[in-house]
Design a protein around this ligand. Structure first.
Ligand code: HEC
Ligand code: HEC
Ligand code: HEC
Length: 467
């Protein structure tokens, strides 16, 4: 359905515009550099490394078992599969013959050296905000990586989407080109955070809902919550479902360390984001946190009251002494999924989640977990099935996966129980399909180990975007 709308829309657009459109869509080739030499000062290369970490370049540009930046990772989109390209300095299969101008144009305009429009699976709708200076550093960093000869597979897109010219139509509709312009009404830290979050960090690529043509929605919908690789990327605006509202300190810690005492651990497609941010000075995470918390706005009185109640509950009932409200008040009824789930929770989960061990290696009190207040149970399903991996250098996982020991019905019961007991939200819709999908993803689940950031992609086999 989406595909048809998209295709027809662009065909109509192409037909109407005809000549004028083609003139608009045409971009010149930038001549290939002959025998370029890549000689950059170490500090500019280091600056580029930090910027590349914010941009998660290696996550998308590395295939399963492949060399870093050599491309070939499949990105399934609702329109077909797009493969990331080789951005090592290899002259034939990479970008070794791109001069700095060609590289900067690809980031700013989403056009390759030969003048072909690029698919927005490459998040240039965000990268366009990057300054010339930072593009120079990124270029220096990429051009000093190991050159790898590797050709990505052909994209699998139906006509007319396989004609790159139609992307000019998409850009005309949705793409606003230009470097970030600081807001003079805001301070330097806020502006730094906005620059990183809206630009290289491309937070909105996952955290903003998209329209049928795969473009991020604007206005109120900005940061309104999106989807990535079958995971829910929770809202980061006033609609944030977090039971304990985020503040700048908590969010800084979460972004920099990958976990936070009252919010838990970053998982799935978020894990490499944090693991990369963890390699930078903490001030960068603090800047992003300052900006994002300002977008969330002041929590409503209701949210504040709820957070206070949860805090008081945690103080009077330290984990372990917490009454199991879901099971104790009503007469047990085997036909109620939440009742059946209570028994599973008591047997399989409570020993860790009610034990009061500090995070990140102890389990969070689940009444503090966004996972149970979110719009869908996709994320807790992934965590229950796959568990959470071992910290670097340790053997045991911090949470075991239950894919082998709980069947779909038991997981559904468990979810019903946890939603009812730990959150104040209405029951989720039937989770069967989400459970089946998450099982099919199986071992591919994007997981990272806690600890220092690494260059390794967290979900090496595939990475799904809405584009
Ligand atoms: C969400 C995934 C994703 C991320 C993150 C990402 N890219 Fe890409 N990139 C792609 C895809 C997919 C393409 C290919 C687009 C196409 O074929 O039209 C691409 C293409 C490119 C190209 C054009 C190369 C060519 O041969 O045409 C460059 C340059 C590039 N990316 C650089 C970067 C840099 C630098 C970063 C980090 C700042 C980055 N990318 C982050 C997915 C990504
Ligand atoms: C590749 C997709 C992706 C990108 C890019 C991304 N996120 Fe996330 N984010 C997610 C997903 C998925 C989750 C849910 C993870 C979980 O359940 O642990 C998440 C969770 C979060 C949370 C926790 C929300 C809560 O209430 O529990 C915060 C805060 C967050 N992201 C901030 C950011 C910021 C800031 C950026 C940009 C620097 C960013 N994210 C970039 C996918 C992404
Ligand atoms: C061996 C200890 C252990 C067991 C058993 C365990 N967990 Fe966990 N769990 C953890 C740890 C540690 C974390 C990571 C810290 C955190 O975020 O809570 C975690 C994280 C989670 C999260 C994410 C919380 C958040 O928002 O950060 C959920 C949801 C969860 N577990 C559910 C369960 C369920 C349901 C069960 C039973 C089927 C279970 N766990 C069994 C240790 C455990």
């Amino acid at each position: 359905m989406k595909l048809r709308t998209f295709g027809l829309g662009l065909l109509v657009l192409a037909a109407c515009g005809a000549g004028g459109f083609i003139a608009y869509a045409w971009e010149p080739e930038i001549a290939a550099a002959e025998n370029p030499t890549f000689d950059f000062a170490p500090d500019i290369v280091k600056a580029g490394a930090d910027l590349a970490a914010v941009g998660n370049c290696v996550v998308c540009h590395t295939a399963l078992g492949g060399k870093p930046f050599a491309g070939g990772l499949a990105l399934p989109t609702p329109f077909g599969t797009i493969y990331s390209t080789n951005i090592t300095p290899d002259a034939e299969t990479g970008i070794g013959r791109w001069n700095e101008e060609a590289f900067a144009r690809s980031m700013r305009e989403g056009v390759d050296r030969e003048g072909r429009h690029l698919y927005p699976a490459f998040p240039y709708d965000h990268f366009t905000r990057v300054t010339d200076e930072d593009n120079r550093a990124l270029y220096a960093y990429l051009m000093t990586r190991e050159a790898v000869s590797a050709e990505p597979p052909e994209n699998e897109l139906p006509f007319p989407l396989n004609v790159r010219m139609v992307l000019a139509g998409w850009k005309l509709l949705f793409f606003r080109e230009g470097a970030y312009e600081p807001d003079p009404a805001k301070d330097e830290v806020w502006n730094r955070g906005a620059y990183l979050a809206e630009g290289l960090g491309h937070c909105g690529a996952c955290h903003t809902p998209r329209n049928v043509l795969g473009a991020e929605k604007g206005g109120e919908a900005h940061f309104g919550g999106g989807e990535a690789e079958g995971w829910t990327a929770y809202a980061l605006n006033g609609a944030s479902p977090a039971p304990i509202p985020w503040d700048v300190d908590a969010l800084t810690h979460y972004l920099h360390e990958g976990w936070e005492a009252r919010h838990g651990v970053a998982r799935g497609p978020m894990a490499p984001v944090n693991s990369n941010l963890g390699t930078l000075p903490e001030a960068e995470s603090r800047a992003i946190a300052t900006y994002v918390v300002s977008r969330m706005g002041e929590p409503s009185p209701e949210k504040r009251a709820r957070a206070e109640a949860l805090g008081a509950e945690a103080a009077t009932h330290p984990p372990g002494a917490r009454p199991q409200s879901g099971g104790s008040q009503s007469v047990p009824a085997a036909h109620d999924p939440a009742e059946r789930g209570a028994a599973i929770y008591a047997a399989a989960c409570s020993t860790c989640h009610d034990a009061g061990r500090p995070l990140p290696y102890g389990g969070l009190r689940l009444d503090h977990s966004t996972a149970l207040y979110g719009p869908t149970p996709a994320n807790p399903i992934h965590v229950i099935l796959q568990g959470l991996p071992a910290p670097e250098g340790e053997r045991g996982p911090i949470m075991p996966g239950f894919a082998g020991s709980l069947d779909d019905g038991q997981i559904a019961d468990l979810l019903a129980y946890m939603r009812k007991t730990f959150s104040d939200q209405p029951p989720w819709e039937d989770p069967s399909e989400l459970i089946r999908d998450a099982r099919a993803d199986g071992s591919e689940g994007g997981q990272r180990s806690l600890g220092t950031g690494s260059d390794a992609p967290a979900n090496p086999s595939k990475r799904e975007t809405s584009w």
